[in-house]
Design a protein around this ligand. Structure first.
Ligand code: NAG
Ligand code: NAG
Length: 284
């Protein structure tokens, strides 16, 4: 009994510690599904399931991979899937992120022929139309922070950071980070792009950040195959969503702490009871 309680308490403590950091990697950024639906219990559905399972398994070994699931019966059932984790994630974090993305995608795009989902730490996509190696600079999500003025030091530093992210040192870097003072930036391509396509996509995103966001404290520009984000330290780069998230985490923490306190009390009560019983027996 007491062992079960101890294990339960430790589990709660582990989830208490790991919740905040994981939930930020797994924060929802955007998602979309194709209009077409497949028939339930069809070969298509089993191909989707096997594709998504392969992605989750593969993510514990590599930050990027692509999959083609051929169907012998019909070419319409051939599926193409890929995942891309942010370049700085460990294999463990990448696997957790992709698992979360795949499960969110399953709910969001129930029975859809295709779908894509971007979390903070990873991107997953599947469809029965091939898109591997195709550059796509469609704007999927754009968010700009409050203006800070063209004259500010931060604005100069932002330009330096974006300049670095868009520059090239000859090697292919699908993931780049840059910082200047308190301004931090990150660029990430989906690795099915070639070096040239990745650079082109990133420079397009940077151009849009500059024109669309102007002198903003932070900006997120997600194109279909790459994204660029920058932020001043302390400036929130998710606007309202993140605050809600923080509130959610606080609520969860409060509930967990309450549970732990309750369980501890129960534990203390039970051991008192046992001691009392033993004393009772001794007294006989
Ligand atoms: C994708 O699957 C849907 C539903 O099975 C089908 O209608 C569509 O033609 C397929 N597209 C391709 C390119 O095979
Ligand atoms: C797909 O993955 C294979 C290895 O798994 C790799 O050789 C190939 O270059 C990848 N294709 C694209 C378009 O990324």
């Amino acid at each position: 009994m007491s062992l079960t309680i101890t294990v339960f308490v430790s589990l709660l403590i582990i989830s208490l510690i790991s919740t905040p950091s994981m939930s930020s990697l797994e924060s929802f950024v955007f998602g979309g599904c194709s209009q077409l639906k497949y028939i339930s219990d069809s070969p298509y559905e089993s191909n989707v399931n096997s594709l998504l399972t392969s992605m989750v398994n593969s993510a514990s070994f590599t930050n990027y991979n692509n999959f083609t699931v051929q169907s012998p019966s019909s070419s319409q059932d051939t599926l193409y899937g890929l995942f891309q984790c942010r370049g700085d994630l460990s294999n463990g974090d990448c696997a957790r992120c992709v698992a979360s993305a795949v499960s969110q995608l399953g709910t969001l795009c129930l029975d859809s022929c295709g779908g894509g989902l971007q979390l903070d730490g990873c991107f997953v996509k599947f469809d029965n139309i091939s898109y591997f190696g195709m550059e796509d600079k469609t704007v999927v999500l754009k968010k700009c922070g409050p203006p800070i003025g063209f004259e500010s030091d931060s604005f100069t530093r932002r330009d330096a950071v974006l300049g670095y992210l868009g520059g090239s040192d000859g090697s292919y870097k699908p993931y780049r980070v840059g910082g200047s003072g308190d301004v931090y930036g990150v660029a990430q391509c989906v690795q099915d792009l070639s070096a040239t396509e990745c650079r082109d996509c990133v420079s397009d995103a940077i151009g849009r950040l500059k024109t669309d966001c102007g002198p903003a404290a932070w900006g997120d520009m997600y194109l279909a195959k790459c994204y660029v984000r920058f932020s001043e330290r302390g400036a929130h780069s998710h606007g309202g969503n993140d605050n809600n998230n923080d509130e959610e985490i606080e609520k969860t923490l409060a509930i967990l702490i309450g549970l732990i306190a309750g369980v501890t009390l129960l534990f203390v009560f039970l051991s008192c009871l046992r001691n009392a019983c033993e004393r009772g027996k001794d007294g006989k």
